[in-house]
Design a binder for this molecule. Structure first.
Ligand code: RRO
Length: 302
């Protein structure tokens, strides 16, 4: 009932793991696959190993989590070993892999995407990390840079390429227009919302990086509005992400225009099998309303 096709790829369900959570090792990806995800997204991977920001890198706040991990990853060559280990098993479980890629310029993005391509079903370009100087949103807040990164990657790989957008902009349509013009096959929205928490006893910011990105329940209305606007303006598939905890949240994103959703913070609240739970909740709703998955995508615009 939840099978869906996006860019010619068949997914067993539209409830995916978001980048950044449980995506650093092959065994963690396998664990999420067993929890019922239709696809898993890797941690964002760059050309070279990166230790990330200094601790603390994550803090629970009202409405979600504030993180400034700082793109920690072992670099593409070492990371591919992790994926190679689980690729066959994920294939057997019919779970797709979305490879999240970052870089500091178009050459780096294209190089990492090219090396990753053989092992993943979709490439997701992370041009939206809210607190990585020279990376992430430095690119995703600038339409020209966003265009050139997406264009370079599109030239270097054959698998579908999605761009993950930052909500930390004044005009997200301008950015989305640039990446769509560059030929991306789909959009992922949203990355985390820039924020800060201060320890009033220590009298200083809690995160080692001082500020970070907010995820979780609090950002859902922001994500819904972005997905709504993207759906109104573009004719490419959208993957909705931001504060999805249950089936109702997923359905809300779909009604705004998302063909699939990704879950990150929700894993902390409802466990590794949140994917199976959310799928069951979506199925219950569809049965109750006598609707199909296809019918609810964008239904709120009618
Ligand atoms: O690693 C991170 O700190 C991070 C990344 Br790459 C991102 O895209 N979004 C986020 O909230 N944190």
């Amino acid at each position: 009932m939840l099978e869906t096709e996006i860019c010619g790829i068949k997914f067993k369900n539209p409830v995916f793991l978001a980048s950044g959570i449980m995506g650093e090792t092959g065994s963690a990806l396998k664990r999420i696959a067993k929890g019922g995800a239709g696809a898993v997204t890797t941690k964002s991977i760059g050309l070279n190993p990166n230790p990330g920001h200094r601790n603390p890198t994550i803090v629970e706040v009202y409405g979600g989590f504030l993180n400034a991990m700082g793109l920690p990853n072992p670099g593409i060559d070492e990371y591919l070993e992790e994926i190679k280990e689980v690729r066959a098993e994920l294939n057997r479980m019919n779970v797709k892999i979305i490879g999240s890629v970052y870089g500091k310029n178009e050459e780096e993005f294209a190089e990492v995407a090219k090396r990753m391509e053989k092992y993943v079903d979709i490439i997701e370009l992370n041009i939206s990390c809210p607190h990585a100087k020279g990376y992430g949103a430095t690119i995703g807040q600038n339409p020209e840079l966003s265009y050139s990164v997406c264009k370079a990657v599109k030239k270097s790989v054959k698998v579908p390429v999605f761009a993950k957008l930052t909500p930390n902009v004044t005009d997200i349509i301008e950015i989305a227009q640039a990446v769509v013009d560059a030929g991306v096959d789909g959009l992922v929205a949203i990355n985390t919302v820039r924020g800060m928490a201060i320890d009033i006893k220590a009298k200083k910011p809690i995160l080692g990086n001082k500020f970070g990105g907010l995820s979780g329940k609090a950002i859902k209305p922001i994500g819904i509005k972005v997905v709504w606007d993207l759906y109104e303006n573009f004719d490419v598939p959208i993957i909705g992400v931001g504060g999805i905890m249950n089936g109702e949240d997923a359905i809300e994103y779909m009604m705004a225009g998302a063909s699939a959703v990704q879950i990150g913070s929700g894993v902390y609240y409802r466990g590794y099998d949140i994917f199976k739970k959310v799928c069951d909740e979506i199925i219950d709703f569809l049965k109750e309303e006598n609707l199909t998955l296809k019918e609810i995508v964008g239904i709120a615009h009618e």
